[in-house]
Design a protein around this ligand. Sequence first.
Ligand code: URA
Length: 325
Amino acid sequence: MEDQTQAREILKSLTEEVSEVATYLRELGVETLEGTLPSAIEASARTSEKAKVARPPAVAPALRRNANAERPQPSPPEAPLPPPKPSTSTPRVAGEPPAFRQQTAMPKKPVRKPSPDPPAPRETLFGDITPADDLSLGHPGETFEDIRRDVGECVRCPLHQGRTHIVHTEGSPTARLLFVGEAPGADEDATGRPFVGRAGQLLNKIIEAIGLKRDDVLIGNVNRCRPPANRTPTTEEARTCKPFLLREINVARPDVIVVLGNTAMKNLLDTKEGITRLRGEFQDYKGIKVMPTFHPAYLLRDPSKKREVWADMKKVRDYLNSTKK
Ligand code: URA
């Protein structure tokens, strides 16, 4: 008997709450729920009266789902709405959400968290990729500044945890030559600039060897945050960051991309071949010539490989000279 009274009270309070929410939704322009919720509650109340033990009705969550389906959601809250509190009956100001909604913090900007389940690949400006989120996707007419802004204070992958600076692509978007490395090292992380450590000094010499200056070219990396202990970025980390580089390539459309080392090559060309097999021969990335060559850090460990890199860079220089406008 006591149970029944309690159940009736809870249902009465929920009915009030749901009708408050329905009013709120109507104010937001969601009309399709009209009529169905109160009757659903009534039906639920009738059924529950027969039941010995009161159960919280499934109507409130259903309402939230329907509301989400109907309402445009520019910035949905990350956390699910808390369940309505049956005791809430604070009078509501018109145009404001009911009390239990007011307790739900609605962040002004979505807080980015690494996504455990990457979304399905989508057709983008540069073909099928798996973007981490909408901000990873390019749009026609965008600039390097737009891309940098979309990277933001990125926390899309775990590498953000150990970084000091995000290392963006450096150089002019009108450059004809782009060098792509793997990820920043300690010096790059400390300064926020790509290839400024020992490998970077050697890269500067390579650039000068083909008659160019560092300022004439673009230099970037597949990943913009330093991996712990300079380990190779995981496939997932590379896949999360790579869209921003691909967008820059789409904006700059350089004549040649030099990919430095295995990781950069595999990520750009989506190949399982190793650098030793592909280096020295032009490959293709969406109509752009790609020259795979050894990473300068590898040359520091094995200077005898400079000979091959020099041969590869001469091909790059000759191609650039032959296509000069
Ligand atoms: N190695 C890389 O691959 N990138 C850098 O920016 C520095 C070292």
